[in-house]
Design a binder for this molecule. Structure first.
Ligand code: ADP
Ligand code: ADP
Length: 228
């Protein structure tokens, strides 16, 4: 777990388009920050720069004590949870969670993998479902498997990119509750991108409102309404 500090972050795409125009934001260790704004305002660009999938044109990005502008995604130790949870349907819950560890070929023994997966599963209350396949899980359980895959690698932070946007309203409501509960339980620094006002107002400690590549406001969900 770590704090994430953005200082005057700029993104200019190769065609010259200025998608992020100097964003500064200090995310505390363990804090849950929602990044909200209309489609095209630069949310994904900002998240992709944090995770390292997109170059930063200008400014400074720190994770913990280190400036990471030039670090590869793998060295930032961030766990991105994507829109469709990208679970492997033919693998059990155990193997889905173990997958990132197996990718790092030879780094972990079978005993270590088992210990890490079981610990993650316990944290996420999945210990009774380890031998099941994703198709036999509820939406909330699948979400937790995706998070298990993220935490098994000891991530500094979770990054969510509109994780609920493909779901129907009922499931979305359940998942909101689930995500908020898990984040409180894990206490992991979280940046959560959405264009959904309800998610913005109910999930996080603070809401950062982005418009046309600039931060308009950063406030607690309640504070957003109280400000003029
Ligand atoms: P959001 O996630 O808020 O919908 P994005 O970060 O995806 O917004 O996009 C922000 C702006 O940057 C948009 O106007 C988009 O068209 C533009 N953009 C995104 N990717 C590229 C790219 N590769 N080249 C040029 N412009 C881009
Ligand atoms: P590899 O290159 O190890 O075969 P990938 O191309 O999937 O595997 O991932 C490259 C690096 O990107 C990984 O070592 C990991 O640190 C990081 N990475 C992979 N998936 C994620 C994710 N969901 N969120 C954040 N970082 C990831």
């Amino acid at each position: 777990m770590a704090a994430i500090n953005l200082k005057d972050i700029v993104k200019r795409y190769p065609d010259g388009f200025l998608a992020v125009k100097g964003v500064s934001l200090d995310i505390r260790d363990g804090e849950f920050v929602i990044l909200v704004g209309p489609s095209g305002c630069g949310k994904s660009t900002l998240l992709r720069m944090i995770v390292g999938l997109e170059d930063i044109s200008d400014g400074e990005l720190r994770i913990g004590d280190a400036v990471v502008n030039d670090k590869a995604p793998r060295d930032r130790h961030l766990a991105m949870v994507f829109q469709n949870y990208a679970l492997y349907p033919h693998l059990t819950v155990f193997e889905n969670i173990a997958f990132p560890l197996r990718l790092q070929r030879g780094q972990f023994s079978e005993d270590e993998i088992t210990a890490k997966v079981e610990r993650a599963a316990k944290t996420l209350e999945l210990q009774d479902h380890l031998q099941r396949k994703p198709a036999n899980l509820s939406g909330g359980q699948r979400q937790r498997v995706a998070m298990g895959r993220a935490i098994v690698r000891d991530a500094n932070a979770f990054l969510f990119d509109e994780p609920l946007s493909n779901l129907d309203a009922k499931l979305r409501g359940q998942m909101r509750t689930e995500i908020a509960r898990m984040q409180r339980r894990l206490g992991t620094t979280t940046v959560y991108v959405t264009h959904d006002q309800t998610e913005a107002m109910t999930l996080g400690d603070r809401v950062a409102v982005l418009s046309k590549g600039e931060l308009q406001q950063v406030a607690s969900p309640r504070g957003l309404y109280e400000q003029p």
